[in-house]
Design a protein around this ligand. Structure first.
Ligand SMILES: [Zn+2]
Ligand SMILES: [Zn+2]
Length: 318
């Protein structure tokens, strides 16, 4: 790599990280941060706190903690990982869509009744939302249950304070697993609906902002990684994961381990018996408990999972 290429990579990485704030597909898009702030104000207003709103929401202990600094570094670091190791493979989603469409066409021919453009977009959006969410629940579930994978997922749980950037606090190995999952689900679902619509739709129309994602992101998704206890009415928490339910997922109390692993939907947790409702929990503290000391720097978060995974595979405790 020449000096110029290194410089270009550095520039692209920083640009990519900062572009998250102006990208409607990203959770920390300024509009979603704004709507989350309004919801946080509602919680603040109802809780009769003696401190000012600004002090409540931008508390130094949270935004300037060592844990938060690691989040900020990781958002940049993972942008480079994305540029180098993930971006070149995103095209495989389209290859997979193409081959899924070809496979179905060659084996079954086009169906006599095809979906209209409107029906395709409607059902495609619903299917993609549900399949993506179930797949992310399943990978998340496996990361908690399989000791080898848990070591990498620990990085997300090693956050002892939560802020919206904690969403991106992932070990690069987990980042790669999540992206492979996304590519596979996107490719197969897109190919399937392209087939059902008799290849009428330009695949690029499939890439617009999904209306369900928009609703999820607009209504407080950023509060999931925060200290603001935003809860939904109990009946709704059986269907959708509220921000507070995700905070329970980050709890360092053993009773909350491996609970509320859903992304948007709580349904999967309900089905798998891992659902915890907000009303049953009073106070929370975050992190890994005893293990926090092994994850209190950026570098430890990078190499410790490999040490842990080696031990998990070879069953060594020393
Ligand atoms: Zn988790
Ligand atoms: Zn989280």
């Amino acid at each position: 790599m020449s000096f110029q290429e290194v410089f270009q990579l550095l520039y692209d990485g920083i640009e990519m990280s900062l572009s998250y704030f102006i990208n409607p597909k990203k959770r920390i898009y300024l509009l979603y941060l704004g709507s989350s702030t309004l919801l946080a104000y509602y919680i603040y207003y109802r809780s009769n706190k003696s401190t000012s709103f600004l002090n409540y929401i931008f508390h130094k202990k949270i935004w300037c903690s060592t844990s938060s600094y690691i989040d900020y570094i990781l958002i940049f670091f993972n942008s480079f990982i994305k540029l180098l190791f993930i971006a070149p493979f995103l095209i495989y989603g389209f290859y997979l869509a193409f081959h899924t469409h070809e496979f179905l066409l060659n084996h079954f021919g086009y169906p006599s009744e095809s979906l209209t453009v409107f029906q395709t977009l409607l059902f495609y959006t619903i299917a993609l939302t549900l399949l993506n969410d179930f797949a992310s629940f399943l990978t998340h579930y496996l990361m908690h249950k399989i000791p080898f994978l848990w070591e990498f997922h620990k990085v997300h749980h090693s956050a002892t304070t939560l802020n919206p950037m904690t969403q991106y606090r992932l070990h690069p190995i987990e980042l790669c697993i999540n992206n492979i999952r996304g590519i596979v689900i996107f490719g197969i679902t897109t190919g399937f609906f392209d087939y059902l619509s008799k290849h009428q739709i330009d695949k690029l129309t499939f890439l617009g902002v999904n209306v369900f994602s928009f609703i999820f992101l607009f209504f407080g998704a950023n509060l999931r990684h925060s200290h603001v206890p935003f809860k939904y009415p109990t009946f709704l928490e059986y269907i959708f994961i509220s921000p507070f339910q995700h905070q329970i997922h980050h709890s360092n109390a053993p009773i909350h381990y491996n609970k509320n692993m859903g992304a948007k939907f709580a349904l999967w947790d309900w089905l798998f018996g891992t659902l915890v409702l907000s009303k049953s929990v009073k106070k929370l503290s975050f992190g890994l408990g005893e293990d926090d000391k092994h994850f209190n720097t950026f570098l430890k978060n990078m190499y410790q999972p490999f040490v842990g995974a080696f031990r998990a595979v070879f069953n060594r405790r020393d």
